[in-house]
Design a binder for this molecule. Structure first.
Ligand code: SF4
Length: 264
């Protein structure tokens, strides 16, 4: 039996919220079996570099730039000693390339000076490095070190509010509030699945409510179009048709352009 959509008029108990959160987690697991870190990388240094480049830039654009960059600068010492103009040229397509070049060169220098050229595997150390805030540190910990972490980016923040799982607006408080609702071991994959859902279904402007697998458990159902044909057009990414099927919507309503489009 499907769970009833929570009413905005009733106060939900902590236990009720936790149960609903876990149900959302299970539905996301079914809907996004392909969820993963969308920044191509091998090892902590490459992931740190890619995450720094991803500020104000799509993951797809970063992935276009990083193969050459990783080949040119395989170690922290290579970043530390990089020629600034050459690096700027390589990363120019990701935007803010001067600031990002500063961060990458400084990162390399700090890693060489303080950590023997290795990326440290602790949050307290990571956040002291140039260009690495708490969000980036959690991405690195979760994906390169296997330490569970919640990544509160703009998608994660928006969806937690739409699902009314927290009213916090500060990313660290959101991290703690949501962390208390889910098993610690699930945090990293939960973050990927939430971000996948935000990029492919629950868009900032027009969420695809009528083609969303979470419709029955989401208090914000109706924020976007609820009619199946209109909503199916809003699904994005190579699995847009499967996402429609998961929501009980005819996959033929998903236009071919949605399937070939990259999720933002
Ligand atoms: S029902 Fe609408 S608002 Fe809720 S998660 Fe789905 S797309 Fe987002």
């Amino acid at each position: 039996m499907r769970a009833a959509r929570p009413s905005r008029r009733t106060v939900e108990s902590d236990l009720g919220r936790k149960r609903r959160a876990r149900r959302i987690g299970r539905l996301l697991t079914e809907a996004h079996p392909d969820a993963h870190c969308e920044l191509d990388h091998s090892g902590p240094l490459q992931l740190a570099v890619a995450t720094i480049l991803s500020a104000q830039c799509t993951d797809q654009r970063v992935n276009e730039v990083t193969p050459k960059l990783f080949l040119r600068y395989p170690t922290a010492a290579d970043y530390a000693g990089a020629d600034r103009a050459e690096m700027e040229e390589l990363i120019r397509p990701t935007g803010f390339f001067r600031n990002k070049t500063n961060s990458l060169i400084n990162l390399g220098q700090q890693l060489v000076e303080r950590y023997d050229g290795q990326v440290p595997g602790r949050l307290v150390d990571l956040v002291t490095l140039p260009g690495i805030g708490r969000k980036t540190a959690n991405v690195i910990l979760g994906n390169a070190f296997g330490v569970p972490g919640i990544t509160v980016d703009t998608h994660f923040q928006r969806l937690m509010h739409r699902w009314e799982l927290t009213t916090e607006t500060d990313p660290v408080k959101i991290e703690h509030a949501v962390g208390a609702l889910f098993e610690r071991r699930d945090w990293t994959m939960l973050s990927h699945r939430v971000i996948f859902h935000g990029r492919r279904v629950c868009h900032a402007r027009k969420p695809a409510c009528g083609a969303c697998t979470l419709a029955r458990v989401c208090p914000s159902y109706g924020t976007g179009p609820t009619e199946a044909a209109a909503a199916a057009k809003l699904l994005k990414g190579p699995r847009a048709r499967e996402l429609a099927v998961h929501a009980g919507v005819d996959p033929d309503l998903v236009p071919a352009t949605a399937v070939v489009s990259d999720a933002p």
